[in-house]
Unconditional design. Structure first.
Length: 302
């Protein structure tokens, strides 16, 4: 018998960095995600196999089931991260993995690992479902982060996400602007390390309360916006607000200064997907610049 768990990928539309300090952020779950399949075996071990979007094995590890000691792995660093997640899940639910038998585990991504849609958050949420523990607690005990990606993994609609101290507040919402056919998501072919971006933000000297208030206002305005021109203006304003805090140039200024629409970074600045608000010529513009991973709103967003 196979038991399957599934989690959605994510894109953070507003509130990057500020979401860590309680800003209201708009986040969208994607049509891409990750599945975790569990089958019991009699080996007294966990035989783990991770499959990428091309149906190829990219990682394997073999654990002792009682101690989660690593018997063998194809990548020690990845195995140690996974081991940490499983050990924390077991601390939260001591009955998890207490069986004397064993498991065959297979994870399957339906998006490239380099896209930044949440290969780690979807895995963590799937493990939390399997272990019957809180995914937010598992996240914060294992790593760090705001948790908006976990919220996207669990919800099938756009969400407003806000941290109240350490309590995640998630509100399902609607984000279907009449101009959504002019919204595209373009991958920059560069993987961004979120930890580095967060470190830059944490070291910045700025009025945090004013920044959070500005982000909150922009999030609410972007969510309610029904005019394409105003929407583009709000995206540009958001980019300017964050750029002043990070002391970094917005991605449009760096790479796409001749683009006629608006461009906004999504999540940590410097890589992964950007949002481009333009018109039906937008895909051609980016293809001519050498960027070929372009997804429309309807193809990307759940």
């Amino acid at each position: 018998m196979i038991t399957n768990f599934y989690s959605n990928g994510k894109l953070l539309i507003t509130g990057e960095y500020g979401v860590l300090d309680g800003a209201i952020s708009l986040a969208l779950p994607t049509k891409y995600g990750q599945t975790l399949s569990v089958t019991q075996n009699t080996t007294h071990t966990i035989q783990w196999q991770s499959i990428d979007h091309l149906k190829k094995v990219w990682f394997e590890v073999h654990f002792k089931i009682n101690t989660l000691e690593i018997i063998s792995s194809s990548n020690q660093e990845t195995a140690s991260v996974l081991q940490k997640m499983l050990l924390e899940a077991k601390k939260l639910n001591p009955t998890f993995l207490s069986e004397t038998l064993g498991f065959n585990i297979q994870t399957s991504l339906d998006f490239p690992r380099g896209w930044g849609l949440g290969s780690s958050s979807t895995l963590l949420n799937n493990i939390a479902q399997w272990a019957k523990v809180s995914p937010y607690t598992l996240l914060w005990n294992s790593f760090s982060g705001s948790g908006y990606d976990i919220a996207c993994a669990k919800h099938n609609t756009p969400i407003l996400y806000q941290l109240d101290n350490t309590t995640p507040n998630v509100t399902e919402t609607t984000f279907q602007p009449r101009f959504k056919d002019d919204i595209y998501f373009v991958h920059l072919n560069k993987k961004q390390n979120s930890r580095e971006g967060i470190s830059t933000y944490r070291k910045a000297d700025f009025n945090k309360q004013a920044f959070i208030s500005e982000i909150n206002a922009l999030t609410k305005a972007i969510l309610a916006c029904e005019d394409s021109t105003v929407f583009k203006s709000l995206l540009t304003q958001h980019e300017t607000t964050v750029s002043e805090v990070l002391n970094m140039k917005p991605v449009k200024e760096l790479l796409f200064s001749d683009y006629k629409g608006a461009i906004k970074s999504l999540g940590a600045w410097g890589g992964d997907f950007i949002l481009a608000a333009g018109d039906n010529t937008t895909p051609n513009y980016f293809k001519e610049k050498g960027y070929n991973t372009i997804r429309s709103y309807k193809d990307m967003i759940l």
